[in-house]
Design a protein around this ligand. Structure first.
Ligand SMILES: NC(=O)c1ccc[n+]([C@@H]2O[C@H](COP(=O)([O-])OP(=O)(O)OC[C@H]3O[C@@H](n4cnc5c(N)ncnc54)[C@H](O)[C@@H]3O)[C@@H](O)[C@H]2O)c1
Length: 352
């Protein structure tokens, strides 16, 4: 039997990175992608997309597009990546985010039912944004959910939750409380997929990705990719501006590590379960990140500018113990090595 795989949004950063592994593992790999101009300004097929992957240009939120696709193709495995991904942008463009992320998901699932074409497994790339600020611990050891930082709090420069220390996210423990529209749409995707898949006997797997970075990330999209943004600033000899007090925490996970995790989930026989967290497992402040990048380029020291972004969370990192065990996977890239590889890639592009 022909082994078939569909990747929605497969011409993007993560889609391109998984394409060669998928083309090895499947007989036919089809990518459905609308070549969003914010990510693909030239509208050309990305060079990093494996040549054996068939690129179909189409919008996941358009019913006709699904009818055209599924009239000649029955995917056994689906990796759902297509999404609007700008966290900050989602605050003022909620409808656009919901249309693609939520309605795009329901259109896909309806199309599978309409064409009597149920995949064996659907893997959803979800996000750490579903947790919002997550869990924090007080001085007595009690776990608290402090919720979203208000505009008033941020405007007063109160960045942390006084007396509380952040805990790493873990899908079986941390409650989901998104603080951005983007995060809310990613959580909605999860809930819809899970309810649908259980009803139809389809395996649904959810991977909650932390901040993915590395070669291949769109350099033209100003709304995502803090690591490549910092690298381009330092390369231009600028001092990297640090939001809040520079102590915002993130888990920066290298693209190759994410690609291996997504493919393990898609190709292997890992049982669907609660969502799995995919990160490096190492919390890094944006100051640490910025200093590492500034040092690579000999740029001036990063400067705290006290600005903030509404809806941003203060601390995001994750415990990857359960994911390591279930997927037989481990991250291989440290931030130091990954950042060097990203900078080398940016340099090579600038020189070519
Ligand atoms: N990169 C990260 O740091 C990160 C972190 C957490 C979760 N994720 C999730 O991973 C997935 C992939 O992210 P990425 O970093 O590769 O993003 P990306 O922006 O590089 O790729 C997304 C792709 O989806 C396509 N797309 C957008 N709207 C579409 C539509 N309506 N129909 C069809 N295609 C559409 C774009 O053209 C693009 O090629 C997303 O679902 C995102 O939410 C990414």
């Amino acid at each position: 039997m022909t082994r078939t795989c569909l990747v929605t949004g497969g011409a993007g950063f993560i889609g391109c990175a998984i394409s060669s592994i998928l083309c090895e593992a499947f007989d036919r790999v089809v990518v459905l992608d609308n070549m969003h101009p914010q990510i693909h300004p030239s509208n050309n097929r990305p060079a990093a997309l494996h040549s054996a992957a068939e690129l179909i240009r189409g919008d996941v939120s358009a019913r006709d597009c699904w009818d055209d696709l599924l009239s000649g193709f029955r995917p056994q495995t689906v990796i759902h990546l297509a999404a609007e991904t700008g966290t900050g942008q989602s605050l003022t463009e909620a409808t656009r985010h919901a249309s693609v992320n939520v309605v795009g998901t329901t259109q896909m699932l309806d199309a599978f039912s309409r064409h009597d074409c149920l995949p064996r497994r659907i893997v959803l790339a979800s996000s750490r944004a579903v947790y919002g600020e997550g869990e924090w611990r007080d001085a007595d050891g009690a776990v608290k959910y402090p919720g979203q930082r208000s505009l008033q709090q941020l405007s007063s420069g109160i960045w942390d939750f006084p007396g509380l220390t952040p805990l790493p996210f873990e899908a079986t423990r941390t409650q989901t409380r998104p603080t951005s529209i983007y995060g809310a749409t990613k959580l909605t995707q999860e809930l819809i997929l899970r309810a649908w898949a259980l009803s139809f006997g389809v395996e649904a797997s959810v991977l909650r990705l932390q901040n993915v970075y590395g070669p291949g990330q769109s350099l033209s999209n100003p709304y995502t990719g803090i690591v490549s943004l910092f690298a381009r600033m330092a390369r231009a000899g600028q001092a990297i501006p640090l939001y809040e007090d520079g102590e915002i925490v993130r888990d920066f996970v290298y693209i190759d590590d994410v690609a291996r995790a997504v493919c393990r989930m898609a190709i292997g026989s890992v049982p669907p379960a609660e969502a799995y967290d995919v990160g490096s497992g190492v919390p890094t402040t944006i100051r640490q990140l910025a200093v590492a990048i500034a040092n690579i380029y000999g740029a001036p020291a990063p400067v705290v500018n006290g600005a903030f972004r509404n809806g941003d969370v203060r601390a995001a990192s994750c415990d990857i113990g359960r994911t390591r065990q279930a997927l037989g996977w481990a991250p291989e890239w440290s931030v130091a090595r990954g950042v060097e590889a990203l900078c080398a890639w940016i340099d090579a592009r600038a020189e070519s």
